[in-house]
Ligand binder design. Structure first.
Ligand code: SAM
Ligand code: SF4
Length: 434
């Protein structure tokens, strides 16, 4: 979501005459967009600003903005600790940025951390989205009402808010005109998307079917979902939608019911596995990835073994795993932290298993034909970057610039831990696609 937000911040700045630069020295305004989901991000802000200060020693100081969830969480503390920062702007106050960019020298106020998400999207909706990457994001939902015990999102992004579907579809069409061919719908809790106007309800499944109708849009994905919001209408999309990819990132965090309860996840291991089974029934080609928190307070080796057994059961194709990070203000931050060595040992075991499964799945693709969407020519190489249906990177030889933005069939020849490698099949033969 920060990638999407950064781009929208750029759109607001460019309206006021700013241009992107990679040259530190000529920067007039420096925007540091931040994430607060795990610790260290706050300290990274201060060390980045330290580097910036050195660069601008004896030169005119650039205007320094800290945006995103660290700005939201730290606000006044940050402004006091680092006077080099001119303003902090929380993620639900980006509507203020237009004004900030027009008159930053004259501004007195420097703390913009209100939760005015409606006004924010009203402002952003009026500004054309300039993204033109083949695979791009569209935020459809923000915030979260679930309050998992470990998570800062409900405090930094605020309550659940769903954008008007008309604005979403308009933005999606705009992106397709820019050259975008795959859209990933974004939300902290994307499948809780729920918009009602004149008694007409719109859910994520409705959006997916509307996107299906956009000519030249080839693929649709969404992230990140909560298992409890995997409703039947959404599951059925995996059978009836023409463009929704048969791949789902569905965070589970832990395989132990005891830990899931302590995390306030509001679902059990069995309920999670039921969702996976229901999805497999509507589309046997589905594959899954997940998020895991390792070393949660009071996690026993038995709890950890249950997570391992869940991974073995679902065989996730790709996943993210993190050691529990206490976030100030969340209920879990008050719990006793597990021994660091135990946490690290468990993380290694879990990541080794995830890696083994990923390797096995990649190996299994060798010799098969994958349908991929070609995204771009790779830097300093003649190869092209693409992704198959389950989002695995596929590096292709013998592609050309005219393949960019197109779906092509690739014969997989080899693999490594992260990617598949293959060549384009130019015949009309349609093979077994991953
Ligand atoms: N909404 C999604 C869900 O319900 O699972 C998750 C979104 S969260 C922004 C992304 C991931 O960050 C989580 O799935 C979790 O694994 C990880 N995460 C969040 N808080 C964390 C914490 N305090 N310590 C470690 N990992 C954390
Ligand atoms: Fe955080 Fe996701 Fe839980 Fe919401 S549902 S509190 S975003 S982990």
């Amino acid at each position: 979501m920060n990638e999407y937000d950064s781009n929208r911040i750029y759109d607001l700045a460019s309206k006021k005459g700013f241009e992107k630069t990679n040259n530190f020295e000529e920067t007039d305004c420096y925007v540091l967009n931040t994430c607060h989901i795990r610790e260290k991000s706050t300290e990274k802000v201060y060390s980045d600003i330290g580097r910036l200060k050195k660069n601008f020693l004896n030169k005119k100081k650039p205007y320094v903005l800290v945006t995103g969830c660290v700005a939201q969480a730290e606000n006044e503390v940050m402004l006091k600790r680092e006077p080099y920062i001119d303003a902090v702007v929380g993620p639900q106050s980006y509507q203020e940025l237009s004004q900030i960019f027009s008159s930053f020298e004259k501004r007195k106020k420097n703390n913009f951390t209100d939760f005015d998400v409606v006004k924010k999207f009203d402002t952003l909706n009026k500004i054309k989205n300039s993204i033109s990457k083949v695979s791009s994001f569209v935020t459809i939902q923000e915030g979260c009402d679930k309050f998992c015990s470990f998570c800062v999102v409900p405090y930094t992004r605020g309550q659940e808010f769903s954008r008007n579907p008309k604005d979403i579809i308009r933005e999606a069409k705009e992106l397709v005109k820019n050259g975008v061919r795959e859209i990933t719908l974004l939300g902290q809790n994307v499948n809780a998307y729920n918009f009602t106007e004149n008694k007409k309800k719109s859910r994520l499944s409705d959006l997916i079917f509307e996107l299906d109708e956009i000519r030249n849009l080839k693929r649709v994905r969404y992230t990140t979902s909560h298992p409890n919001d995997m409703t039947k209408d959404l599951i059925d999309c995996y059978k009836y939608s023409k463009k929704l990819m048969p791949f789902l990132h569905l965070p589970v965090q832990s395989g132990s019911n005891i830990i899931l309860k302590k995390m306030n996840r509001r679902h059990t291991r069995e309920e999670y596995l039921d969702v996976i089974q229901n999805l497999m029934e509507v589309n046997p080609k589905m594959s899954f990835s997940s998020d895991f928190i390792v070393g949660y307070p009071e996690e026993t080796s038995r709890d950890f073994d249950e997570t391992i057994s869940l991974i073995n059961e679902v065989k996730f194709i790709n996943s993210y795993s993190f050691i529990f990070s206490p976030r100030p203000g969340t209920p879990a931050a008050k719990m006793k932290i597990l021994n660091k060595k135990i946490q690290q040992k468990r993380l290694i075991i879990l990541q080794d298993l995830l890696e083994k499964i990923k390797n096995y799945k990649n190996k299994n693709e060798v010799g098969k034909i994958n349908e991929v969407l070609v995204e771009n020519k790779m830097k300093n190489q003649n190869n092209y970057f693409s992704r198959n249906k389950s989002s695995t990177p596929v590096i292709i030889e013998e592609a050309s610039e005219t393949d960019v933005g197109k779906l092509v069939n690739v014969k997989i020849k080899k693999y490594n831990r992260n990617s598949l490698f293959g060549t384009v099949i130019r015949s009309n033969k349609v093979g077994e696609a991953a």
